[in-house]
Design a protein around this ligand. Structure first.
Ligand code: NAD
Length: 368
């Protein structure tokens, strides 16, 4: 009964537990909410220590996808899959195809994508068994590397934060400190420098540092980046970079970056940032360019359209700042509120499974 209680309290619609001992498949597909559309979310492969740990990750991550799609204005619900195993040792064609058949069995309720432990080539094996897969190569009609679109979306959210704080979204003369100069961080730095901003950055990887240096990024040590005096601090590395140790050291007007799960504890740290007078652009809203990118595959991928949709992240982030101000709440709460309100309105107006006659409706909902 515990699982039913958990699903009930977190609001999940369906959980599929998949087992195929012949190929070593142990997977869970959690469909959180499909009011707005089919649940799209990555497939994570990780050596979970227990069934409960894998289940909790699937439940938590799928709910996160519901909020991300809803706040972004996409006609998508939230879902996620986890495969139990070591992606370096346990992955095989048979296993991925068996997983693909499990995805197919849901008839489009769940659309899979890459995540930690899976890559584009894996998605292409899954494609042999189901069309409900995104993140395949351009040769297969897919979108390829999502990072440029993610970074472009982060740039839009960052501009919205700059506009909110300084009454102009002009980046020329602004200083941005980027933590993590990998795919997203590097493309973001390139965009910022093109728009005239001064960029300071750090990484723990020598190759990433060198590539960024060549773009004109001023490099500092990883433990210095948090305290760099700047207009915007942009976390683009791993999660939990905003926590009780780092928040007091921030020396910026706003935080706007691409990393997932930036707040170590959403409520505690979101509140602490607000109390310091620092504007926080909620991570799952500002980094939605990756989701926008794969979503565009559903209708025949077009990079121009993906970038156009990512441009709306500016308006989304702006709307969240307005709502936070109107209601005197931290911005992460405003983002959650926006997502929940959109789902509730659609639930009342449409009914839960209207979208399954899904023929079009893959655009972007612009809120008035
Ligand atoms: P990446 O692995 O290419 O880049 C991350 C970089 O951070 C690496 O260069 C790594 O060396 C560096 N790093 C790790 N620990 C660090 C530390 N302590 N200090 C400084 N640098 C550190 O990954 P990515 O694709 O650029 O993704 C970055 C973040 O954005 C992740 O949190 C990811 O989940 C999120 N994200 C990415 C996308 C996308 O399209 N790639 C979409 C949405 C969200």
């Amino acid at each position: 009964m515990e699982l039913f209680d958990q699903m009930g309290s977190m609001g999940h619609e369906k959980v599929l537990v998949c087992s195929n001992p012949e190929v070593g498949l142990k997977a869970i597909i959690a469909v959180h909410n499909t009011v707005l559309g089919p649940g799209l979310g990555g497939c994570r492969m990780w050596p979970y220590e227990s069934f409960d740990e894998a289940m909790m990750d699937a439940l938590r991550l799928s709910r996160g996808m519901t909020y991300k799609a809803a706040a972004t204005g996409l006609n998508l619900g939230g879902a996620k899959a986890v495969i139990v195993g070591d992606s370096k040792k346990d992955k095989s064609e048979e296993l991925l195809r068996a997983f693909g058949r499990a995805v197919e069995s849901l008839g489009g309720l769940y659309i899979t994508a890459e995540d930690v432990g899976t890559r584009m080539q894996d998605m292409e094996m899954i494609l042999s068994e189901t069309r409900w897969v995104t993140g395949v190569s351009e040769a297969h009609g897919g979108s390829g590397d999502p990072s440029p679109v993610t970074a472009y979306g982060v740039l839009q959210g960052l501009k919205a934060a700059v506009e909110w704080k300084f009454k102009s979204s002009e980046l020329s003369g602004r200083k941005v400190a980027i933590q993590g100069l990998g795919n997203v961080g590097r493309y973001l730095a390139e965009n910022l420098i093109r728009e005239g901003a001064e960029v300071v950055g750090c990484d723990v990887d020598a190759e990433a540092i060198e590539k960024a240096r060549q773009l004109g990024v001023k490099i500092v040590e990883p433990d210095e980046i948090i305290g760099v005096e700047c207009d915007v601090f942009s976390p683009c590395a791993l999660g939990a970079s905003l926590n009780p140790n780092t928040i007091p050291k921030l020396n910026c007007a706003a935080v706007a970056g691409g990393a997932n799960n930036q707040l170590a504890d959403e409520d505690r740290d979101g509140k602490a940032i607000t109390e310091r007078g620092i504007l926080y652009a909620p991570d799952y809203v500002i980094n939605a360019g990756g989701l926008i990118n794969v979503y565009n595959e559903l209708n025949g991928y077009n990079r121009e359209r993906a970038l156009l949709m990512a441009r709306h992240i500016f308006d989304n982030v702006h709307r969240i700042f307005e709502l936070a101000e109107e209601q005197s709440i931290p911005t992460h709460q405003a983002a959650n509120h926006l997502a929940e309100t959109r789902i509730e309105r659609m639930r009342n107006g449409l009914g839960v499974h209207q979208w399954s006659r899904f023929t079009g409706g893959r655009g972007l909902t612009i809120r008035s």
